[in-house]
Design a protein around this ligand. Sequence first.
Ligand code: 48F
Length: 254
Amino acid sequence: MWDYEVSKIIVERFFEKLNDNLNVDVAIVGGGPSALSASYYLSKKGLKVAIFEAKNEPGGGTWGGGMMFNELVVENDIKSFLDELGMNYLIKNNFISVDSVHFASSLLYNATKAGAILFNNVIVEDIVLYENKVNGIVINWAPVIRQKLHVDPITIMAKFVVDGTGHPANVVNMLVDRGIDIDLPIGKIREYPMNAKEGEKFVVENTKEVFPGLYVMGMAAVSVGGGPRMGPIFGGMIKSGLKVANKILEKLSI
Ligand code: 48F
């Protein structure tokens, strides 16, 4: 009865993974480039990392390159990271050009190979808050949310939660919407018009813990800090993910 066995393997293995990730060191919300580089590094250092991605296809804004020209650009100073991940690329003066599909799949492969578990088709719809500290996330199947089905979610406990949801900074918004006091340098979540050079610096500088237990990285850090967007250059996203990872490792004295 092959059909029975196939289904049994999938159901058993999925629930083993879910059960094993109900309480993690780091819960990462969103599966974009900052999330994947943070997950890769944290998993490599031995932390239990789970990524929750709303879409079927993780990778966020990486796949389409610039305007669906499926090539993207990073700065020369992350060449060693690309080498560590075994990526192919071309050096173009101060920049590096990478096939965007290769970039996305390399990040995904390396993060999951290092041990991070990625749950796709899952939306983080809320946070767990105990005594003014974020202690986890609240998840539901993306189709449940999209279809507006009245089905209660479940929770994932985490020592650290990282908002890697990109431009909308959805997790930080969950605090802001409730009027919970959080440091917003420009008083609201908003990104400014395109300025690639400034944006690439800004994203790294604004990668930080914004509330006890909650960190921001990638475009979410730009929107929370009120900085400029930067388009199809992705070095800042990688550096932001690695910075969050280092901040968490520092907190744990690892
Ligand atoms: O936006 P995204 O790629 O994140 P990022 O790491 O990278 C930004 C760049 O791709 C690009 C850029 C570079 O210059 O400007 O935009 O900041 O990926 C964010 C991911 O989070 C998912 C969303 O589907 C996307 O794949 N996401 C957003 N909200 C939720 C979520 C949520 N509530 N629950 C789960 N996933």
